[in-house]
Design a protein around this ligand. Structure first.
Ligand SMILES: Nc1ncnc2c1ncn2[C@@H]1O[C@H](COP(=O)(O)OP(=O)(O)OP(=O)(O)O)[C@@H](O)[C@H]1O
Ligand SMILES: [Mg+2]
Length: 245
Protein backbone atom coordinates (compact mmCIF):
# COMPACT_ATOMS: atom_id res chain seq x y z
CA UNK A 1 0.00 0.00 0.00
CA UNK A 2 1.34 3.42 -0.88
CA UNK A 3 1.27 6.01 1.86
CA UNK A 4 -0.41 9.33 1.18
CA UNK A 5 0.98 12.38 2.87
CA UNK A 6 -1.65 14.53 4.50
CA UNK A 7 -0.49 18.11 4.88
CA UNK A 8 -1.73 19.65 8.14
CA UNK A 9 -3.82 22.81 7.73
CA UNK A 10 -2.46 24.06 11.05
CA UNK A 11 1.16 23.52 12.02
CA UNK A 12 2.31 24.85 15.36
CA UNK A 13 5.74 24.23 16.80
CA UNK A 14 7.54 25.43 19.90
CA UNK A 15 4.87 28.01 20.69
CA UNK A 16 5.26 30.02 23.90
CA UNK A 17 3.32 33.00 25.19
CA UNK A 18 3.52 34.81 28.50
CA UNK A 19 1.71 37.77 30.00
CA UNK A 20 3.12 40.16 32.54
CA UNK A 21 1.02 40.76 35.61
CA UNK A 22 2.62 43.67 37.43
CA UNK A 23 5.96 42.39 38.67
CA UNK A 24 5.17 38.78 37.83
CA UNK A 25 5.26 36.99 34.54
CA UNK A 26 2.82 34.22 33.74
CA UNK A 27 3.70 31.61 31.11
CA UNK A 28 0.36 30.70 29.52
CA UNK A 29 1.64 28.51 26.68
CA UNK A 30 4.89 26.65 27.25
CA UNK A 31 6.55 25.25 24.13
CA UNK A 32 3.36 23.91 22.54
CA UNK A 33 3.45 21.93 19.30
CA UNK A 34 0.42 20.76 17.37
CA UNK A 35 -0.64 19.72 13.87
CA UNK A 36 -4.28 19.80 12.82
CA UNK A 37 -5.47 18.01 9.70
CA UNK A 38 -7.83 19.33 7.04
CA UNK A 39 -11.42 18.45 7.93
CA UNK A 40 -10.63 17.75 11.55
CA UNK A 41 -12.93 18.84 14.38
CA UNK A 42 -10.49 19.73 17.13
CA UNK A 43 -11.75 20.55 20.62
CA UNK A 44 -9.74 22.49 23.14
CA UNK A 45 -10.69 22.08 26.79
CA UNK A 46 -9.11 23.50 29.93
CA UNK A 47 -10.19 25.37 32.98
CA UNK A 48 -10.83 29.10 32.95
CA UNK A 49 -7.57 30.98 32.50
CA UNK A 50 -5.72 27.95 31.14
CA UNK A 51 -4.94 29.62 27.79
CA UNK A 52 -7.60 28.44 25.32
CA UNK A 53 -8.44 31.92 24.05
CA UNK A 54 -4.76 32.81 24.04
CA UNK A 55 -4.04 29.89 21.69
CA UNK A 56 -6.99 30.72 19.43
CA UNK A 57 -5.96 34.39 19.32
CA UNK A 58 -2.46 33.37 18.23
CA UNK A 59 -3.91 31.13 15.51
CA UNK A 60 -6.17 34.00 14.36
CA UNK A 61 -3.22 36.42 14.18
CA UNK A 62 -5.03 38.59 16.72
CA UNK A 63 -2.01 38.25 18.99
CA UNK A 64 1.66 37.34 18.47
CA UNK A 65 3.62 34.60 20.26
CA UNK A 66 6.87 35.14 22.19
CA UNK A 67 8.42 32.21 20.40
CA UNK A 68 7.50 29.47 17.98
CA UNK A 69 5.95 29.01 14.59
CA UNK A 70 2.35 28.96 13.38
CA UNK A 71 1.67 28.01 9.78
CA UNK A 72 -1.95 28.03 8.66
CA UNK A 73 -2.94 27.00 5.14
CA UNK A 74 0.62 27.67 3.93
CA UNK A 75 0.79 31.09 5.59
CA UNK A 76 3.52 31.53 8.20
CA UNK A 77 1.90 34.01 10.59
CA UNK A 78 5.25 35.31 11.83
CA UNK A 79 5.88 36.74 8.35
CA UNK A 80 2.78 38.93 8.39
CA UNK A 81 2.79 42.64 9.19
CA UNK A 82 -0.33 44.26 10.68
CA UNK A 83 -2.02 44.61 7.30
CA UNK A 84 -1.10 41.03 6.42
CA UNK A 85 -2.66 39.86 9.69
CA UNK A 86 -5.89 41.67 8.85
CA UNK A 87 -6.01 40.17 5.37
CA UNK A 88 -5.24 36.71 6.77
CA UNK A 89 -8.20 36.99 9.16
CA UNK A 90 -10.47 38.29 6.43
CA UNK A 91 -9.56 35.80 3.72
CA UNK A 92 -8.28 32.59 5.29
CA UNK A 93 -10.23 31.94 8.48
CA UNK A 94 -13.65 32.38 10.02
CA UNK A 95 -14.00 33.27 13.68
CA UNK A 96 -16.97 32.75 16.00
CA UNK A 97 -16.78 34.41 19.43
CA UNK A 98 -18.65 33.80 22.68
CA UNK A 99 -20.30 37.22 22.61
CA UNK A 100 -21.20 37.13 18.90
CA UNK A 101 -19.39 40.44 18.14
CA UNK A 102 -21.83 41.55 15.45
CA UNK A 103 -21.67 45.16 14.36
CA UNK A 104 -24.73 46.79 15.95
CA UNK A 105 -25.13 49.55 13.35
CA UNK A 106 -25.29 47.10 10.44
CA UNK A 107 -28.26 44.89 9.56
CA UNK A 108 -28.00 41.13 9.75
CA UNK A 109 -27.36 40.89 6.01
CA UNK A 110 -24.82 43.74 6.07
CA UNK A 111 -22.90 42.01 8.86
CA UNK A 112 -22.58 38.97 6.62
CA UNK A 113 -21.76 40.81 3.39
CA UNK A 114 -19.13 43.05 5.01
CA UNK A 115 -16.21 40.58 4.69
CA UNK A 116 -16.89 40.15 0.97
CA UNK A 117 -17.32 43.88 0.42
CA UNK A 118 -14.04 44.58 2.20
CA UNK A 119 -12.49 42.18 -0.26
CA UNK A 120 -13.82 44.33 -3.08
CA UNK A 121 -16.20 41.75 -4.47
CA UNK A 122 -19.27 42.76 -6.44
CA UNK A 123 -22.14 43.76 -4.22
CA UNK A 124 -24.60 41.52 -6.09
CA UNK A 125 -22.32 38.50 -5.57
CA UNK A 126 -21.75 39.02 -1.85
CA UNK A 127 -25.45 39.67 -1.33
CA UNK A 128 -26.45 36.51 -3.13
CA UNK A 129 -23.98 34.52 -1.04
CA UNK A 130 -25.09 36.31 2.14
CA UNK A 131 -28.75 35.55 1.53
CA UNK A 132 -27.95 31.90 0.80
CA UNK A 133 -26.02 31.69 4.08
CA UNK A 134 -28.90 33.31 5.97
CA UNK A 135 -31.16 30.69 4.47
CA UNK A 136 -28.81 27.97 5.72
CA UNK A 137 -28.86 29.31 9.28
CA UNK A 138 -32.65 29.74 9.19
CA UNK A 139 -32.70 33.53 9.34
CA UNK A 140 -33.62 34.57 5.81
CA UNK A 141 -36.65 36.45 7.14
CA UNK A 142 -34.48 38.57 9.47
CA UNK A 143 -31.98 39.89 6.94
CA UNK A 144 -32.99 43.55 7.39
CA UNK A 145 -33.17 43.38 11.22
CA UNK A 146 -30.49 44.88 13.45
CA UNK A 147 -28.60 42.47 15.74
CA UNK A 148 -30.10 43.85 18.97
CA UNK A 149 -33.54 42.70 17.80
CA UNK A 150 -32.33 39.08 17.68
CA UNK A 151 -32.07 36.50 20.47
CA UNK A 152 -28.63 35.28 21.55
CA UNK A 153 -29.01 32.07 19.57
CA UNK A 154 -30.08 34.00 16.48
CA UNK A 155 -27.16 36.40 16.82
CA UNK A 156 -24.77 33.46 17.04
CA UNK A 157 -26.31 31.96 13.90
CA UNK A 158 -25.63 35.27 12.13
CA UNK A 159 -22.06 35.17 13.47
CA UNK A 160 -21.65 31.66 12.05
CA UNK A 161 -22.93 32.85 8.67
CA UNK A 162 -20.47 35.77 8.82
CA UNK A 163 -17.58 33.44 9.69
CA UNK A 164 -18.38 31.40 6.58
CA UNK A 165 -18.99 34.36 4.27
CA UNK A 166 -15.56 34.25 2.64
CA UNK A 167 -15.56 30.45 2.47
CA UNK A 168 -12.61 29.80 4.77
CA UNK A 169 -11.19 26.29 5.05
CA UNK A 170 -10.61 26.86 8.77
CA UNK A 171 -13.12 28.05 11.36
CA UNK A 172 -12.07 28.98 14.90
CA UNK A 173 -14.75 29.12 17.58
CA UNK A 174 -14.12 30.40 21.10
CA UNK A 175 -16.89 29.25 23.47
CA UNK A 176 -19.53 29.64 20.76
CA UNK A 177 -22.26 28.24 23.01
CA UNK A 178 -20.94 29.76 26.25
CA UNK A 179 -23.52 32.52 26.35
CA UNK A 180 -26.55 30.45 25.34
CA UNK A 181 -29.00 28.25 27.22
CA UNK A 182 -28.54 24.51 26.82
CA UNK A 183 -31.10 23.88 24.10
CA UNK A 184 -30.11 26.93 22.05
CA UNK A 185 -26.46 26.02 22.51
CA UNK A 186 -27.12 22.53 21.19
CA UNK A 187 -28.90 23.94 18.14
CA UNK A 188 -26.07 26.37 17.44
CA UNK A 189 -23.52 23.60 17.86
CA UNK A 190 -25.38 21.32 15.46
CA UNK A 191 -25.55 24.10 12.92
CA UNK A 192 -21.87 24.90 13.29
CA UNK A 193 -20.94 21.25 12.82
CA UNK A 194 -23.22 20.90 9.82
CA UNK A 195 -21.84 23.99 8.07
CA UNK A 196 -18.19 23.34 8.85
CA UNK A 197 -17.17 19.81 9.57
CA UNK A 198 -19.79 18.15 7.39
CA UNK A 199 -18.73 20.52 4.60
CA UNK A 200 -15.13 19.31 4.89
CA UNK A 201 -13.86 22.40 6.72
CA UNK A 202 -11.58 22.29 9.72
CA UNK A 203 -13.16 23.39 12.99
CA UNK A 204 -11.21 24.28 16.12
CA UNK A 205 -13.34 24.98 19.15
CA UNK A 206 -12.45 26.08 22.66
CA UNK A 207 -15.13 25.20 25.16
CA UNK A 208 -16.01 24.24 28.71
CA UNK A 209 -18.82 22.04 27.46
CA UNK A 210 -17.89 18.33 27.75
CA UNK A 211 -21.00 17.35 25.76
CA UNK A 212 -19.09 18.29 22.63
CA UNK A 213 -16.51 15.55 23.18
CA UNK A 214 -18.39 12.74 21.37
CA UNK A 215 -18.52 14.83 18.18
CA UNK A 216 -14.81 15.64 18.16
CA UNK A 217 -12.04 13.95 16.19
CA UNK A 218 -9.55 15.03 18.81
CA UNK A 219 -9.79 16.59 22.23
CA UNK A 220 -6.90 18.34 23.94
CA UNK A 221 -6.71 20.01 27.31
CA UNK A 222 -4.40 22.86 28.24
CA UNK A 223 -2.83 22.29 31.62
CA UNK A 224 0.06 24.29 33.07
CA UNK A 225 0.86 25.70 29.65
CA UNK A 226 1.07 22.28 28.01
CA UNK A 227 -1.32 20.64 25.59
CA UNK A 228 -2.46 17.20 26.72
CA UNK A 229 -4.30 14.89 24.33
CA UNK A 230 -7.36 13.41 26.00
CA UNK A 231 -9.06 11.83 23.01
CA UNK A 232 -7.88 10.85 19.59
CA UNK A 233 -10.30 9.20 17.18
CA UNK A 234 -9.03 6.23 15.17
CA UNK A 235 -9.60 8.18 11.98
CA UNK A 236 -7.32 11.05 13.00
CA UNK A 237 -4.82 8.68 14.53
CA UNK A 238 -4.28 6.82 11.28
CA UNK A 239 -4.15 10.05 9.27
CA UNK A 240 -1.59 11.51 11.68
CA UNK A 241 0.50 8.39 11.35
CA UNK A 242 0.41 8.81 7.59
CA UNK A 243 1.30 12.48 7.74
CA UNK A 244 4.30 11.72 9.90
CA UNK A 245 5.44 8.76 7.83
N1 LIG B 1 -4.02 40.66 27.41
C1 LIG B 1 -3.70 40.01 28.54
N2 LIG B 1 -2.92 40.59 29.48
C2 LIG B 1 -2.58 39.95 30.61
N3 LIG B 1 -2.95 38.69 30.89
C3 LIG B 1 -3.74 38.06 30.00
C4 LIG B 1 -4.16 38.69 28.79
N4 LIG B 1 -4.92 37.80 28.09
C5 LIG B 1 -4.99 36.69 28.86
N5 LIG B 1 -4.28 36.84 30.00
C6 LIG B 1 -4.08 35.82 31.03
O1 LIG B 1 -3.67 34.64 30.41
C7 LIG B 1 -4.29 33.50 31.01
C8 LIG B 1 -5.02 32.71 29.96
O2 LIG B 1 -6.15 33.44 29.51
P1 LIG B 1 -7.14 32.89 28.41
O3 LIG B 1 -8.11 33.97 28.14
O4 LIG B 1 -6.38 32.36 27.28
O5 LIG B 1 -7.83 31.68 29.19
P2 LIG B 1 -9.06 30.76 28.73
O6 LIG B 1 -8.59 29.35 28.84
O7 LIG B 1 -9.59 31.22 27.44
O8 LIG B 1 -10.13 31.04 29.88
P3 LIG B 1 -11.73 31.07 29.80
O9 LIG B 1 -12.15 29.63 29.82
O10 LIG B 1 -12.11 31.78 31.05
O11 LIG B 1 -12.13 31.80 28.57
C9 LIG B 1 -5.17 34.07 32.12
O12 LIG B 1 -4.48 33.97 33.33
C10 LIG B 1 -5.37 35.49 31.73
O13 LIG B 1 -5.55 36.30 32.87
MG1 LIG C 1 -11.38 32.04 26.81
Amino acid sequence: MTSTTVQPIVHISGLSKHYDEGERSRLVLDNVSLDILPGEFFVLLGKSGSGKSTLLNLMSAIDRPDRGQIVIADTDLSHLDDRGQTLFRRDKIGIVFQFFNLIPTLTVLENITLPGELRGEKRADVERRGRALLERVGLAARSEAFPDRLSGGEQQRVAIARALANEPALVLADEPTGNLDEETGQNVLNLLLELTRDAGKTLIMATHNPEIIPYADRVCRIHDGKLVVTLHSDHVHSQMALSQA
